[in-house]
Design a protein around this ligand. Structure first.
Ligand code: FES
Ligand code: FES
Length: 163
């Protein structure tokens, strides 16, 4: 079956079984490898992307649910030359060790800050709690998200984008 998926602002025609998890289509068909396969059963967070602005576990989300909805992956938050605030904050805080969990962490944090730009440390910790990081970089991850929040608030005040 052919479906049209909107990913990072671009429409993609995808020929796949409608039950296929979004994660497989992102990685195997669209070559968007930011979202990671960790557990495959909705328990680690490494595959998290945004669907219409909400954090979603792409390993357990069949593509049949996604026609007409907007998917955003970590690649949609910026580019190598022009990283977005969330990406810049993770780089500045050196928040990754192996990096495997980081795209999922960034996407859930992005959803949180878009919904609640004033989210503080407690809210960030609570939101990211279901995400596993085998390297134990949680402290730096929380610092990075707080820094991203500051920059997004500054951008919003000066009339810039929050993404
Ligand atoms: S790979 Fe999706 S939650 Fe672990
Ligand atoms: S940085 Fe390695 S799993 Fe989080």
């Amino acid at each position: 079956m052919t479906l049209t998926l909107s990913v990072n602002g671009k429409a993609h025609r995808v020929d796949a079984d409608p039950e296929t998890p979004l994660l497989y289509v992102l990685r195997d068909d669209l070559q968007l490898n930011g979202a990671k396969y960790g557990c495959g059963i909705g328990q680690c967070g490494s595959c998290t992307v945004l669907v219409d602005g909400a954090a979603v576990l792409s390993c357990v989300t069949p593509i049949l649910l996604l026609e007409g909805r907007k998917v955003t992956t970590v690649e949609g938050l910026g580019s190598l030359d022009n990283p977005g605030p969330m990406q810049r904050a993770f780089i500045e805080e050196q928040a990754a060790q192996c990096g495997y969990c980081i795209p999922g962490m960034m996407m859930r944090a992005q959803a949180l800050l878009q919904a609640d730009p004033g989210a503080g440390e407690a809210a960030i910790r609570a939101e990211l709690e279901p995400h596993l990081c085998r390297c134990g970089t949680h402290m730096r991850i929380v610092k990075a998200v707080m820094r991203a929040g500051e920059w997004m608030r500054q951008n919003a005040q000066s009339g810039g984008a929050t993404g």
